[in-house]
Design a protein around this ligand. Structure first.
Ligand code: UTP
Length: 229
């Protein structure tokens, strides 16, 4: 049977929670191995706290935007290498540096792990670029937020929680956030590509491993299903 292709964008804070990290990464590895029997998976790792440490320290030292992005990319690749170590033979410690390379190296029998590519965007956009290259069936965005809300639920208890939405509706929320200068639920470049290529995005809480497995396998999720069709 032909396997579906799924790209997972996993936030750095999910990959490395900062407490009992090896125990958690091992459990995550088992979940990834399990789903990879059914679907062809590429995983794009975010930078999390390590990226933030380097970019913030680099900023104080007077780094340019380009230099800070390069520090961020370095951190995402370091995280990717750590996950590759945990996956062992199913993956490769030689991390792809472009979306095209990741797509070319992905097969139904392996798990390609990567981080960032070039300055100017985030790993969410990289995940979408890989999805475009390999003609993926969907992108799973695994973050620490359990769903998309109309506003920050901590600040506005009346904020609406979406179980489904269109890519345009997600675009509106991201645009509103950018206006307020906050960090975004999904990279605007990733949204643009999703819309052009008609790739659906599943926004889920990646700390919940059964939710992560359901999203990768295309089963029902508790998070938000963003339709791009
Ligand atoms: P992340 O993808 O982790 O960014 O890359 P983020 O969305 O800011 O972090 P999370 O998901 O909330 O934890 C970290 C940083 O690395 C640079 C950017 O500066 C980004 O903010 N980066 C990453 C690039 O410049 N290009 C890439 O392809 C990836």
């Amino acid at each position: 049977m032909k396997k579906e292709k799924v790209v997972v964008s996993i936030g750095g804070s999910i990959l490395i929670p900062g407490k009992d990290d090896p125990v958690y990464i091992k459990k995550l590895t088992e979940a990834i191995k399990e789903v990879s029997k059914t679907v062809q998976v590429v995983i794009v790792c975010g930078g999390g706290r390590i990226a933030r440490y380097y970019t913030e320290t680099g900023a104080v030292l007077g780094g340019t935007t380009y230099q800070l992005d390069m520090l961020g990319i370095g951190a995402t690749r370091l995280n990717a290498q750590l996950l590759a170590v945990s996956l062992g033979d199913l993956s490769s410690a030689d991390i792809p540096t472009t979306a095209a390379e990741a797509s070319a190296r992905s097969t139904p029998d392996n798990i390609v792990i990567m981080g960032g590519t070039v300055p100017g965007h985030t790993t969410d956009a990289v995940a979408m670029m890989v999805a475009r290259e390999m003609r993926a069936d969907r992108v799973v965005n695994a973050t620490s937020v359990e769903a998309v809300f109309s506003d920050d639920p901590k600040k506005d208890p009346a904020a609406e929680r979406f179980s489904e939405m269109s890519i345009d509706e997600l675009g509106d929320i991201v645009y509103k956030e950018h206006g307020a200068g906050k960090s975004s639920v999904f990279d605007p470049l990733g949204i643009k590509i999703a819309k052009e290529e008609k790739i659906d995005i599943l926004m889920i809480d990646g700390r919940n491993l059964s939710e992560l497995k359901n999203a990768v396998l295309g089963k029902e999720i508790k998070g938000t299903y963003v339709s791009s069709r």
